[in-house]
Design a protein around this ligand. Structure first.
Ligand SMILES: Cc1cc2nc3c(=O)[nH]c(=O)nc-3n(C[C@H](O)[C@H](O)[C@H](O)COP(=O)(O)OP(=O)(O)OC[C@H]3O[C@@H](n4cnc5c(N)ncnc54)[C@H](O)[C@@H]3O)c2cc1C
Length: 434
């Protein structure tokens, strides 16, 4: 007995539901491109929710930048193959602004100063440079500049978040901090940020928490809490708690997995259907043959083939080793869906340097897909492999997002450039007619 599987047609298939896949889907949908998105859980679930643009360059010198655009200009001059050089500063700026505007309109407010990197307090009390942060974390600027009497709160059972440790680490920058450990309303034992966040979406629970904090407020003029202020209703939870406590309240990211990544994910998942996107989460591309008319036909499913997606163009945002866009075996690094050429060291013995903490990092971190100026994966001669296949995110070669502190910036800007090139291709009349 033969089974007929549904086949859907679209202009653009986005592969990946990490930051690059979400950004590509967003940019495509906003441009009226008929888009299907397919992907398994990405690193976005583990992400801190902070949008880094460029923190460090050159990596070996550990040079940090207050103005990330000056850093990017320098990076483009020093590393002309870096994806930022392919994309260009104007497009990176436009991408970041459009992405953050969307989050603000979608009820997940972010704060940034266009020409300046910002700081947040980490769960161990150090300061991390980033570009845009959830609005709930922005009051840290005032706290560090003015040092008002402050109260840091933690909860028994929330692992990896100690107000005492944060106070000790911050003592020089912010003297006069007090700490208190308070019971969390309605939850006991080991506390998970996701459960805490959902619990505070119940009005009575946040009122109870605010009442308990107020009882310990003393002279504090600002209160710091772990990032647990709701998931889908964070602005409401945050506003209610601030009002009830009576002073500004700010969040400090928790250890991973934190809910700030989950907030981003839920925000996209909630808005994409209204924007006409057909998303298939927790589904994989099992095979991807290409037809004579240049369209791709993706076999999509969990373990077995459940539906086919026929697409005129594809944005590949399948991540690196963790995301499973790249796979390393005993001999080489492979791209897992199209078997595209992967830029990589000549042999395995050169993947890593002998010194684990070498100041330049390791060559394997620069491996990935080399692309042309239109973000199309290219072979060693620089020629694109397919005219209608574009790549975005951490799968790209010639970058080291962890050391350069440019993870989300790279994902968002390359998604913008890939969608722009994809749209040009679709609109140029060379598109196939499924
Ligand atoms: C722990 C952690 C902390 C981070 N902190 C920060 C931070 O503070 N600031 C910052 O800017 N960035 C941070 N990042 C980086 C950032 O969140 C993104 O992970 C990074 O930019 C890469 O995103 P990506 O979309 O390219 O890849 P990924 O997030 O890896 O996504 C790849 C996607 O492709 C899908 N995929 C792969 N193969 C297939 C297939 N065959 N079929 C269907 N789908 C497939 C995967 O399921 C996944 O959805 C952090 C990342 C991690 C892991």
């Amino acid at each position: 007995m033969s089974t007929t599987r549904p086949e859907i047609h679209c202009e653009l298939l986005v592969i990946g539901t990490g930051m690059a896949g979400m950004a590509a889907t967003l940019f495509a949908a906003r441009r009226g491109i008929d888009t299907v998105q397919v992907g398994m859980t990405g690193e976005i679930n583990f992400a801190s929710g902070l949008l880094d643009l460029l923190g460090v360059h050159p990596v070996a010198a550990g040079q940090t930048w207050t103005n990330p655009w000056e850093g990017i200009r320098q990076l483009i001059a020093d590393q002309p193959l870096h994806p930022y050089a392919r994309i260009g500063i104007d497009a990176i700026q436009a991408a970041m602004a459009e992405f953050i505007d969307f989050l603000n309109d979608a009820g997940l407010p972010y704060r940034y100063e266009p020409r300046k990197n910002a700081r947040v307090i980490t769960p161990v009390g150090t300061l991390k440079t980033t570009y845009a942060r959830p609005a709930t974390m922005a009051a840290v600027d005032r706290a560090l500049a003015e040092n008002p009497p402050g109260l840091l709160v933690d909860f028994p059972g929330l692992k990896g978040f100690s107000a005492r440790q944060i106070r000790a680490a911050l003592e020089a920058q912010w003297p006069g901090l007090r700490v208190v450990r308070l019971p969390f309303p309605g939850l006991e034992g080991e506390l998970q940020p996701e459960r805490m966040g959902r619990r505070l979406e119940v009005p009575a629970a946040r009122q109870q928490l605010a009442d308990t904090i107020r009882a310990h407020l003393g002279d504090a003029r600002i209160v710091g809490l772990p990032a647990v202020l709701g998931i889908a209703r964070t602005p409401q939870v945050w506003a209610d708690i601030q009002k009830a406590v009576g002073v500004p309240v700010f969040e400090i990211p928790t250890m991973l997995p934190s809910i700030t990544g989950l907030r981003l994910r839920e925000c996209f998942e909630q808005h994409f259907p209204q924007m006409g996107v057909k998303s298939h989460y927790q589904k994989k591309i099992l095979a991807m043959p290409r037809r004579l008319d240049q369209s791709f036909i993706a076999s999509v499913g969990g373990k077995s083939h459940e539906l086919s997606v026929r697409a005129k163009a594809v944005v590949l945002a399948s991540g690196r080793f963790f995301g499973q866009g790249l796979h390393a075996d005993r001999h080489a690094i492979r791209e897992t869906i199209f078997n595209l050429p992967v830029y990589q060291p000549a042999d395995r013995s050169r993947w890593h340097r002998k010194a684990l903490f070498h100041k330049d990092g390791h060559p394997i971190h620069h491996a990935g897909l080399a692309v042309d100026n239109r973000m199309r994966p290219a072979d060693t001669t620089g020629r694109f492999v397919y005219p209608n296949l574009f790549a975005a995110g951490s799968i790209l070669a010639h970058q080291d997002w962890i050391r350069q502190k440019c993870g989300c910036g790279l994902a968002i800007a390359s998604a913008y450039a890939a969608v722009r090139a994809g749209r040009d291709w679709l609109r140029s009349g060379r598109s196939t007619q499924p």
